[in-house]
Design a protein around this ligand. Structure first.
Ligand SMILES: Nc1ncnc2c1ncn2[C@@H]1O[C@H](COP(=O)(O)OP(=O)(O)O)[C@@H](O)[C@H]1O
Ligand SMILES: [Mg+2]
Length: 286
């Protein structure tokens, strides 16, 4: 697998601000993976995405897109990437279908609009003006828009924000399918569920810096508690006990409980990504 984006020591300052918003970040996004940028609001996630899609150009440091300097690329770059912005941008006086047909018209290679709109449950509302859409419908349409050109790399900023769990699940399934077919995803979010269920690798972003880059599994192993929690029923009530994971096969008390048939649940002491984030960064996700 190649490297889709290689980012080295990138700094960025908005003209109107005194300090750098991005303070020296380095990471690779591998082809075929879902790379998640996780962090509290104001950390610099959307700014990072805007730099990667060439919307903010005067950064310092180097960024390569499949081995080529990002700054050297012409507009054909936009044929290859799909972008979901944090705030959906549509023409509110046009219908959803008219919007998608309009945006689709910019591209040489296009996806099947009907198929995408059906998947996210919007095809039956295709002739409704976007101005009359609910927030969740706009978010789903925003995702369809990002997929319109069958992109090689998909950028998604807060892609499930404002969606109910069922619609969030549908979008996440579509993202995973896109990855499974070889697509590359750069996803930024402050929502734990997005990264935990979806991302192959996660970078923690705080105040313009990246703190830790790892896989969800390695993070859980590194920061998780090595213990087993057992819930069992005794005299009609639920009791619980915690055992160290090390040497558990020789722990008589645990083995007795296991044989007793009273156990209702067993869990290893997994730490949630949210807890890990707070441990690593000392900052709460908001
Ligand atoms: N156009 C802008 N001009 C000046 N400052 C900005 C601009 N856009 C964002 N910022 C500031 O940059 C910081 C990072 O913002 P952003 O990248 O949107 O964070 P996130 O997406 O992680 O919430 C914030 O402090 C924000 O106020
Ligand atoms: Mg943002």
């Amino acid at each position: 697998m190649g490297v889709a984006f290689s980012v080295k020591d990138v700094y960025f300052k908005y003209p109107s601000s005194r300090e750098d918003t991005i303070k020296g970040i380095s990471f690779d996004v591998h082809e075929g993976e879902i790379f998640g940028l996780l962090g509290p609001s104001g950390a610099g996630k959307s700014t990072t995405q805007k730099i990667l899609i060439k919307l903010l150009e005067n950064y310092r440091g180097t960024i390569e897109y499949f081995g080529k300097d990002l700054k050297s690329l012409d507009n054909s770059f936009y044929e290859e990437i799909g972008v979901g912005f944090e705030v959906p941008v549509h023409f509110s006086k046009l219908t959803a279908l008219e919007n998608m047909e309009f945006f689709s018209g910019f591209y040489k290679k296009t996806a099947d609009i009907q198929e995408l709109m059906e998947r996210v449950g919007l095809w039956e509302y295709r002739d409704v003006k976007v101005g009359e859409y609910s927030k969740g419908m706009k978010v789903r349409l925003n995702f369809v828009r990002a997929m319109l050109n069958n992109p090689r790399v998909l950028f998604l900023d807060e892609v499930t924000n404002g969606l109910d769990p069922r619609n969030a699940m549908i979008i996440k399934e579509m993202i995973a399918e896109y990855r499974d077919k070889g697509g590359t995803v750069f996803l930024s979010t402050h929502l734990m569920n997005d990264v935990e269920q979806l991302c192959d690798r996660i970078a923690f972003c705080v105040d313009g810096r990246l703190v830790e880059i790892s896989t969800p599994r390695d993070l859980k192993l590194k920061y998780g508690k090595r213990e087993v929690k057992v819930e069992y029923r005794e005299n009609g009530t639920i009791a619980s006990a915690v055992f160290p994971l090390d040497g558990i096969g020789f722990n008589d008390e645990f083995l007795e409980l296991l044989k007793s048939g009273k156990i209702e649940t067993i869990h290893t002491g997994e730490t949630s990504m949210e807890e890990i984030f707070i441990i690593v960064t000392g900052v709460e996700l908001k």
